[in-house]
Design a binder for this molecule. Structure first.
Ligand SMILES: [Zn+2]
Length: 307
C-alpha cells in the first residue's frame, strides 16, 4: 500500500460531503476561502490551481491539493475529476477510487519481493486460490500471509525483527527454519505434499509435480484450468496444518507427525466440504470439489469422502 496516496485519498471524502450536504463544517470551509481568497469555496473548487491554497490551514490546504491532483473542476455542486483520462462525476468519488487514481502504478510489496527468486508470478490466480474456500477463514488468512512472505518463521523473527533469542533450527534438525524449508524442504512437508500429490495425480494425470512455487503461490493460470479447486484448498489446508504442527513443537515441545497432520487435513476438509456442498451446484461440486470421485462422491443429498 502507498501510505501517502492512501492518506491523500482520505481527503476526497470531504469534497463529496461538501457537494452533497450543507452541514456546519462547510461554514468554516467557506469562511476561510472568503477570508483568504475573497471567493466562495465552490468557486475555488472549480479551479483550485488558480488559488494559493497553501495559505489555508493545513487540512483545507490538503483537501485542495488532493482535489487538484485529481484534476478536479466544474461548476459546484456538479463537480468532476479525471479518472484514467476521462471525466467522472464527483458523485462516483470514493476514497478507494481516489486511491486508484492517485496511485495507479502501485505495486504490492510481495510482487517486487519475490520477483528476483521466482520471476513474474501469476498474482491474480494466487489471490483467487488464497480465497478459494470462504468457509475456512484461518486457512485463508494463513495462505495470504505466506503468499506475502510475512509468516513469522524463525528466520524472519531473527533477521527482520532481530530476535536473536529465537532458536533458528527447524524441528527436523535443519539449521534454519525458513518458509521455503518449513513448507517444502522439511521431511514433514515432503510427506504431506507427497500425499496431496498422489491425490492430484489420480485426479489429473497430467498435473505438475508440486514444487515450492505451488506451495507458496498456488497453481498458475494454465494449471488452474485443469486442476480442480479442491486441490488449491488442500494445499492451503496442508500449509496451515504444518504451521500448527510447527507451533506445537515450538511452544509445547511435541514433535510433529506427518500421519497426524494428514489425518487432521482429511478431517478438516471433510467437515468443511460437507458444509460447502449445499452452497454449490451439484455438477460443479462433483467436478471441482469432489475431483470427480477422487476426493468425494455424491449420492443423493449426501457426500461420501474417498481420500
Ligand atoms: Zn524441517
Amino acid at each position: 500500500m502507498d501510505v501517502l496516496a492512501k492518506f491523500r485519498a482520505l481527503h476526497v471524502a470531504w469534497i463529496r460531503r461538501f457537494c452533497q450536504s450543507s452541514s456546519s463544517w462547510t461554514l468554516f470551509f467557506k469562511l476561510f476561502c472568503l477570508q483568504f481568497f475573497g471567493d466562495d469555496s465552490s468557486v475555488v473548487l472549480a479551479d483550485p490551481a488558480f488559488y494559493p491554497y497553501d495559505l489555508l490551514p493545513s487540512f483545507y490546504s490538503s483537501v485542495f491539493r488532493v482535489w487538484g491532483l485529481l484534476g478536479g473542476h466544474g461548476a459546484f455542486p456538479n463537480l468532476s475529476f479525471f479518472k484514467s483520462g476521462s471525466v467522472t462525476s464527483v458523485d462516483c468519488l470514493s476514497v478507494k477510487l481516489a486511491y486508484s487514481c492517485l496511485c495507479p502504478l502501485a505495486v504490492p510489496h510481495c510482487v517486487t519481493k519475490f520477483r528476483p527468486l521466482f520471476g513474474d508470478l501469476y498474482w491474480s490466480s494466487t489471490w483467487f486460490q488464497v480465497h478459494v474456500m470462504p468457509f475456512d477463514r484461518h486457512v485463508t488468512d494463513f495462505s495470504w500471509l505466506l503468499a506475502h512472505g510475512v509468516v513469522l518463521t524463525a528466520d524472519r523473527l531473527r533477521s527482520s525483527f532481530r530476535m536473536s533469542s529465537v532458536p533458528p533450527d527447524c524441528f527436523c534438525g535443519a539449521s534454519l527454519e525458513t518458509a521455503g524449508h518449513l513448507f517444502f524442504e522439511c521431511l514433514l512437508a515432503q510427506s504431506v505434499l507427497a500425499w496431496v500429490q498422489s491425490l492430484l495425480t489420480l485426479a489429473v494425470p497430467s498435473a505438475p509435480s508440486l514444487c515450492l512455487r505451488h506451495v507458496l503461490f498456488g497453481f498458475d493460470i494454465a494449471e488452474s484450468t485443469v486442476i480442480p479447486l479442491v486441490f488449491s484448498y488442500l494445499l492451503n489446508l496442508a500449509k496451515h496444518r504444518m504451521w500448527l504442527a510447527r507451533n506445537e513443537f515450538r511452544f509445547r515441545n511435541q514433535l510433529p507427525s506427518a500421519v497426524d497432520v494428514i489425518a487432521a487435513i482429511r478431517s478438516q476438509a471433510s467437515f468443511v466440504l460437507k458444509l460447502w456442498f449445499p452452497k454449490c451446484a451439484r455438477r460443479f461440486f462433483i467436478k471441482q470439489w469432489g475431483a470427480s470421485g477422487v476426493i468425494a462422491s455424491v449420492f443423493g443429498d449426501t457426500v461420501q469422502f474417498n481420500f
